[in-house]
Write a protein that binds this ligand. Structure first.
Ligand code: FRU
Length: 507
């Protein structure tokens, strides 16, 4: 394998060849998870946008399928969603077949009958997602706009019966538009949602769903997801969320219920955060790293909410140093709402395989570790691992983990409990010079729950994903290490006694 093949993740989805960006059409149907995605079948850079396709029965391992919906001279197939049309409301199904319907953005070419327009279109599959036919009446929703895109459709149960709801963006106007339909074909405008923030950025890839609060199905809130580019908290692309209510027509943010903004403010001040939430923006960030964008959730999973995000950033996505393929999905994450200090917050839990082997780091547990580096484990370049750590929050000083080559190369996760902040520094993580915007240090707020710190970190061939405090804060960053092997070290600037410290090999 060439050095660069060592960047091919073990746990994270990549396509065998060529370019990938946003997850699309996430749908669970008859025991199979479908992951469609923005894909260039003809090159390793963005272009010729089509829907690639992969399937899984467990969200852990994926099988790449033939390209599902291919671009042509008329249109590129931009982002969108898919639903199981149980009631055959659109009429695409024959007797005894339940159609899958994809709702995507037709990005019309200059040469087409609708030059430069972006409008919403349908395609359907009668063979469980393998082959797709475009609806002859496309587009089904055209506002004559050049930036109307990324439809996410869900079934809404109103007191007077169910209907389809679409959230989509007017990207350059920073607006999420809601429409409704009985048949996925005829759409009626309902409302739109906007929020504070810069007005020279794009809003993309919205999602809207209902979740139980603290697992109590009688108390729910609605979560609105919006990806913003640029203007992300760590620079470039990032994903915001808002918590509120949805009455079948309109999403209303409830800042009192939501959203960690207070905590984010604190974290922002303490760790010198320059991102907008540090300045008191509404809502919160789904992830505080550089590489978590366009995250959307599965349809067809009634009792769970699972999201997948694209693990890159438009600042440098086209320049990452891989060969023959480019970009991965982040690990799927199960989403829940938790009340913390009287506020409803979103928490994320990664979906990852069982450990094949656990490295004994127990001699580091239960005794004070201080002022030095403690070597925990070494693993072959390109392998995947998980580190779990719990410790009482030290009153002063910092501690953390370095994933590196033992010398000066490493990606560094630092917990600063006194400042209620967690950092991920990738400035010396290996190959960083392929783009001037790549070297970076990310900051996330750290809630001190019961005065304790809990970290779960996933490192794969080219990524670090940090889940802090049960997933109340996450940081996702790409890294391109050069050293061999990957060593994992613990460091502390003053005494820290860890209760649990486990390194597990995952692949
Ligand atoms: C987000 C995005 C979407 C668009 C797609 C095109 O990353 O810009 O708004 O539909 O990518 O590939």
């Amino acid at each position: 394998a060439s050095t660069r093949d060592l960047y091919r993740p073990r746990l994270h989805y990549t396509c065998a060849q060529n370019w990938l960006n946003d997850p699309n059409g996430l749908v669970y149907h008859e025991g199979v998870y479908h992951l469609f995605y923005q894909h260039n079948p003809f090159g390793t850079g963005w272009g010729n946008m089509s829907w690639g396709h992969a399937t899984s029965t467990d969200l852990l391992t994926w099988t790449e399928r033939p390209v599902a919906i291919l671009c042509d001279e008329e249109e590129q197939i931009f982002s969108g969603s898919a639903v199981v049309d149980e009631g055959n409301t659109a009429g695409f199904g024959g007797p005894g077949t339940t159609p899958l319907v994809a709702i995507y953005t037709s990005a019309y070419s200059e040469a087409s009958a609708r030059p430069r327009i972006q409008a919403q279109s349908l395609a359907y599959s009668l063979d469980g997602g393998e082959t797709w036919t475009k609806h002859s009446g496309n587009p089904v929703l055209d506002r004559g706009s050049e930036n109307f895109r990324d439809p996410k459709v869900f079934r809404y149960d109103s007191p007077t019966g169910p209907y389809w709801v679409m959230v989509a963006v007017e990207a350059t106007e920073q607006r999420v538009l809601l429409h409704k339909s009985s048949n996925l074909i005829d759409w009626e405008y309902l409302s739109d949602f906007t929020a504070d923030g810069p007005d020279d950025i794009l809003w993309e890839c919205p999602d809207l769903f209902e979740l139980a609060i603290d697992g109590d199905l009688t108390r729910t809130a609605w979560v609105l997801i919006v990806s913003v580019n640029p203007g992300g908290v760590a620079g470039g692309s990032g994903t915001r969320y808002f918590i509120g209510t949805f009455d079948g027509e309109r999403f209303i943010e409830e800042p009192s219920a939501a959203s960690g903004a207070g905590t984010a403010d604190d974290g922002g001040r303490q760790c010198g955060m320059s991102g907008p939430l540090g300045g008191g923006l509404r809502g919160s960030w789904l992830d505080w790293g550089r590489d978590y964008y366009a995250a959307v959730s599965f349809s067809g999973l009634p009792y769970r909410r699972v999201m997948i995000g694209w693990m890159s950033n438009w600042d440098y996505a086209n320049s990452t140093p891989t060969e023959g393929w480019r970009s991965a999905m982040a690990l799927p994450r199960e989403i829940s709402l938790r009340t913390v200090d009287g506020r409803v917050r979103l928490a994320q839990s990664p979906i990852a395989p069982e450990a094949t082997r656990t490295t004994d780091a127990s001699d580091a547990v239960g005794r004070p570790l201080s002022a030095r580096r403690t070597h925990l484990a070494s693993m072959p370049r390109g392998s995947a691992c998980r580190v779990r750590l719990t410790a009482p929050a030290p009153a002063r000083g910092t501690f953390g983990l370095v994933f590196g080559a033992g010398g000066s190369e490493g990606a560094c996760v630092t917990v600063d409990a006194a400042a209620r902040a967690i950092r991920l520094d990738r400035t010396a993580s290996g190959v960083v010079d392929f783009h001037e915007l790549f070297p970076s240090v990310e900051h996330a707020p750290l809630d001190l729950l019961d005065g304790r710190i809990q970290l779960e970190i996933y490192v794969d061939a080219c990524s670090v994903e940090v889940f802090a405090q049960g997933g109340l804060s996450t940081i996702t960053d790409l890294v391109f290490p050069q050293g061999e092997p990957t060593s994992i070290e613990f460091f502390a600037s003053s005494d820290v006694t860890v209760d649990e410290l486990e390194v597990a090999v995952l692949g």
